[in-house]
Write a protein that binds this ligand. Structure first.
Ligand code: FES
Length: 175
């Protein structure tokens, strides 16, 4: 559950470090560009202004970020840590695809959060995105309804099975 979010954050963070490494490698002899590259590569916490703790591990940064959004309710923050995603990450008529567990979280109308399997029933690809209440499988272009998971456009012949979810605090969790 939450590890998927952390994995995504770690992947994004790794990309920033990789870019920083490339900038350092390409810096050549120009001392000004080396200084700039080093400044970009070293303080990755500056990429996440909410995680102002200097030596915070990614998990601590995530917890801090969630806590800031919900206030002082410790129980709520614990639920947020265990959640699949923050409600703020799921736009109306859009959604978030989580790979582990494979769930796509959607909000077809304001305040209505739903979950569906993110595994396409056609040949098992992971769906990739949600726009205008349509869930896209990138492999062969199947589209599914974000309101009920049904097939809008094949080749998939079956819809996405529902995954029961509920909102707890600021998080969407498995029901
Ligand atoms: Fe999704 Fe083919 S696997 S459309």
């Amino acid at each position: 559950m939450a590890p998927a979010l952390r994995r995504r954050d770690v992947i994004a963070g790794g990309g920033l470090v990789a870019v920083g490494g490339i900038l350092v490698a390409c810096g050549g002899g120009d001392s000004a560009s080396e200084d700039t590259a080093s400044a970009e590569a070293a303080p990755s916490p500056s990429q996440t202004p909410d995680a102002s703790t200097p030596e915070a591990a990614p998990s601590s940064a995530e917890e801090t970020k969630v806590d800031d959004g919900e206030g002082a309710e410790e129980a709520a923050s614990q639920e947020a840590v265990d959640g699949l995603a923050s409600v703020d990450e799921i736009p109306v008529e859009g959604g978030v695809v989580i790979s582990d567990p494979p769930v796509v979280l959607v909000q077809p109308t304001s305040g209505d959060f739903q979950g569906f399997s993110a595994v396409c029933p056609h040949q098992g690809c992971l769906v990739s995105s949600v726009e205008s209440n349509e869930i896209l499988c990138p492999c062969h272009g199947s589209l599914f309804s974000a309101t009920d998971g049904s097939v809008i456009t094949g080749p998939a012949s079956e819809g996405l099975p529902a995954v029961p979810v509920e909102v707890q605090g600021n998080s969407v969790v498995l029901a």
